[in-house]
Design a protein around this ligand. Structure first.
Ligand SMILES: *[C@@H]1O[C@H](CO)[C@@H](O)[C@H](O)[C@H]1NC(C)=O
Ligand SMILES: *[C@@H]1O[C@H](CO)[C@@H](O)[C@H](O)[C@H]1NC(C)=O
Ligand SMILES: *[C@@H]1O[C@H](CO)[C@@H](O)[C@H](O)[C@H]1NC(C)=O
Ligand SMILES: *[C@@H]1O[C@H](CO)[C@@H](O)[C@H](O)[C@H]1NC(C)=O
Length: 268
């Protein structure tokens, strides 16, 4: 209890290990199109298995509780991935996890359970179908289930739509840094250490004030002037003939008549 962050790290580690060795409760789902890519997609939902997610809706005098489970018997009903329970406790199968489809996006996953109980009068009496949209939210393992809509006012392809937030479907963060960024980090760290120690040294030991607190102040101003001259020399190759760089040296005096020397850069 003394070091809660340690425990959290340990928990994350254990979670990663168990996930890696998952024999997989998601394999209880039967995919309609059983392809290796789809079963791989389904396995990311492993942390959400063995849980009943519930959501309530109330439209007019109709009150329903929806229970969802990832590849397991929702509300204890056999084969049901999604169940609707009425006020009287009557269960209606909305989706059968033995008829699963799954679609994966960059930070979401759509789980579809087909083969629910047939509609009595709507939707050409086709079987019910549940769609559960699971979106990435790194702050929770699994958020509450919400009912988005029941679309049954059409001839075919009706569905119940649900939403759930979960970290399980988040894209894996690329932790590998490129060589360039590592170099950049190392260089900027060195520069920061150099500046800070130099600053402290100048201030506390030498007792410098103002801009002179910067380490090797003279050296850097010199470098600045030298590089300015270097630029000048390279960019004004023609002008330098009449005005050799040795003439200006490292002086910081304003250059005389700069407009005149720029004239030759303009097209005639
Ligand atoms: C599958 O679920 C059972 C409980 O129903 C649990 O004991 C088991 O560890 C789970 N398997 C995996 C791989 O998570
Ligand atoms: C897919 O089919 C293989 C055998 O062909 C089976 O072992 C596996 O459990 C199936 N996966 C799903 C998710 O249905
Ligand atoms: C889900 O709910 C049913 C009915 O309430 C219950 O029998 C079952 O144990 C629950 N499953 C889990 C994993 O909580
Ligand atoms: C669920 O689907 C499977 C495979 O089609 C079927 O065998 C089973 O009877 C279905 N369960 C229910 C409760 O309809």
């Amino acid at each position: 209890m003394a070091h809660p962050p340690c425990w959290r790290l340990l928990a994350v580690f254990i979670l990663m290990v168990t996930e890696a060795h998952a024999s997989g409760n998601t394999t209880r789902c039967r995919l309609v199109h059983n392809t290796t890519s789809e079963s791989k997609v389904l396995s990311v939902l492993e942390p959400l298995t063995n849980q009943n997610f519930t959501a309530k809706t109330k439209v007019a005098d109709e009150e329903y509780t929806y229970v969802f489970q990832v590849c397991g018997d929702a509300d204890g009903m056999k084969d049901a991935g999604l169940v609707q329970r009425g006020k009287d406790g009557k269960q209606v199968l909305i989706g059968n996890y033995s008829l699963t489809q799954v679609v994966r996006g960059s930070d979401w996953l759509l789980l579809i359970y087909l083969g629910g109980e047939k509609y009595h009068e709507h939707c050409s009496k086709e079987p019910r179908k549940a769609m559960i949209m699971i979106s990435c939210d790194r702050s929770k393992v699994a958020g509450p289930l919400t009912v988005v809509l029941e679309d049954r006012e059409r001839d075919t392809e009706c569905f119940y739509l649900f939403e759930l937030d979960s970290s399980a479907v988040c894209p894996v963060i690329e932790s590998r840094l490129s060589t360039g960024s590592i170099l950049l980090i190392v260089c900027s760290s060195c520069l920061a250490v150099y500046l800070i120690t130099g600053f402290l040294y100048q201030r506390l030991i030498v007792g410098a004030k103002g801009v002179e607190q910067f380490p090797n102040y003279c050296f850097w101003t010199e470098i600045g002037n030298l590089s300015a001259d270097g630029c000048d020399f390279v960019c004004r190759s023609r002008g330098s003939r009449e005005d050799p760089p040795t003439y200006r040296g490292v002086s910081t005096e304003p250059l005389e008549e700069p407009e005149e020397r720029d004239d030759h850069l303009l097209p005639m």
